[in-house]
Design a protein around this ligand. Structure first.
Ligand code: GRF
Length: 196
């Protein structure tokens, strides 16, 4: 069987992308990253992709802060299809995914979120956890649908909130968990063939 063909979309540092590509190179994740795309031309994830020698591109500029333009998202769909991408893997991608992409890849778009969903949806979830005073948070790999951070859960890892934690220390601990969970969850998903 051929390896699942992934495209990774991100807007930030790209540490989850690095964790995925490292897992691929270390044969812990049997997949292939076909390209990495970012909505932000200066995003570090594009530099990380270049360092791995992977194709990378910037998505068309959008007049909207929180989503691609409809034409931009259609162009992305066409590009994904031309490159025979099977799974769209969001890794710190800060635009809301809209119907052109959702409809083209039903149950084939996944994301990682820094909380134990359904708790703390939305931005800076680790700060929401600190503000709520919970003793445990975590991270979640989930399918992407029209509801932000609301798609079916694929896998979760728990992370303790420790006395004296601040935003940075808690986020760093959650990210360590993310880097374990994302490759492991995708490997299980691809080998089990189970789709929500
Ligand atoms: C991660 O914390 C992830 O949970 C959230 O965005 C962050 C991306 O970080 N969706 P990175 O760009 O992978 O370092």
């Amino acid at each position: 069987m051929s390896r699942p063909r992934l495209a990774v979309l991100g807007s930030g540092r790209g540490s989850n992308f690095v964790a995925l590509q490292t897992a691929i190179l270390e044969h812990r994740l049997d997949a292939e990253i076909v390209f990495v795309a970012s909505d932000l031309p200066d995003a570090a994830i594009l530099t990380r992709a270049a360092e791995f020698g992977l194709p990378h591109l910037t998505l068309p500029p959008s007049p909207f802060k929180t989503k691609l333009s409809p034409e931009g998202e259609l162009a992305l769909v066409a590009y994904l299809q031309q490159h025979e991408v099977e799974w769209v893997v969001l890794a710190g991608y800060m635009r809301v995914v809209k119907p052109p992409l959702l409809d083209a890849f039903p149950n084939r778009i996944v994301n990682i979120h820094p909380s134990l969903l359904p708790a703390f949806k939305g931005l800076r979830a680790w700060e929401q956890a600190l503000a709520a005073g919970v003793t445990e948070t975590g991270c979640t790999v989930h399918y992407v649908n029209a509801e932000i951070d609301g798609g079916a859960i694929i896998a979760q890892e728990r992370v303790p909130v420790l006395t004296g934690d601040n935003s940075e220390t808690l986020h760093a601990r959650i990210q360590e968990a993310e880097h374990r969970l994302y490759p492991a969850a995708l490997e299980r998903l691809f080998t089990s063939g189970i789709q929500a």
